[in-house]
Design a binder for this molecule. Sequence first.
Ligand SMILES: CC(C)(COP(=O)(O)OP(=O)(O)OC[C@H]1O[C@@H](n2cnc3c(N)ncnc32)[C@H](O)[C@@H]1OP(=O)(O)O)[C@@H](O)C(=O)NCCC(=O)NCCS
Length: 226
Amino acid sequence: MSDSGKGESPQGDSGESLPRSGAVRYVIEPLSTRHAVASFRSGAAYLDWYLDTQARRLAAADVSRTFVLVFADAPSDGNVPDGVPIIGYFTLEAGIMPTAFLELPEIQRHAIAELLPGAAAVADGSDPLAIALKELPVVYLACLARDRQYHGKGYGGALLVAALREAAEAATHIGAAGIFLVATEEGARLYRDYGFVAFEDFPRKMFLPMPDVRAFCAALPNVNTV
Ligand SMILES: CC(C)(COP(=O)(O)OP(=O)(O)OC[C@H]1O[C@@H](n2cnc3c(N)ncnc32)[C@H](O)[C@@H]1OP(=O)(O)O)[C@@H](O)C(=O)NCCC(=O)NCCS
């Protein structure tokens, strides 16, 4: 898990003084028209483009949900000329994942791994209760990024924890075996810290089973500070 004790004396590259680590209060809220999407720069062009041009359209079409992390003292009315600055964001979608993940040793301790022999048992008729799962329903973490002026301050971890909480909540209403994502190199480091496991032949594809998501949510304090 990220060490929130790192990043002493944080100061944004833009020059503004920020409170010391552990004292910056933020809120997570659904993306809306009050947020400054065009000025967001994460260092990953696709993720900036997605936030600027796709996130609101896809949310309006019920395809995805995007949440932004903003300072808690950001103005709450529409009276901000350029929009409320976005520190970071993440996007969630309903998704599916290949069952090959169930063969990974890290997944074997979960109840879901017991479904794996289903295909063979269906094929040979040996287990009348077996179901042949070809894909698993999951929460798909489509995007996650912080603006690069907040590099190295722990906002990636704050965003990921918020995404875990949203996914755990969603999974109480609709079945989802875990969180699935395709990571960038930078992202893979963060996700590994939180226990995500990678496909052996495609290490950027990563998965965290829902019992682990719930365990993280129960263990992590809900303080909304970095
Ligand atoms: C992936 C990402 C969200 C991770 O964010 P992050 O964990 O907050 O880390 P940052 O990238 O801002 O900074 C990394 C550095 O901060 C350090 N760090 C991590 N958590 C920290 C904390 N709580 N306090 C201080 N420093 C911290 C890391 O050790 C790392 O140090 P290093 O550069 O010396 O190795 C971020 O790198 C990002 O937005 N990248 C661009 C978009 C992207 O690739 N997104 C992932 C899509 S799958």
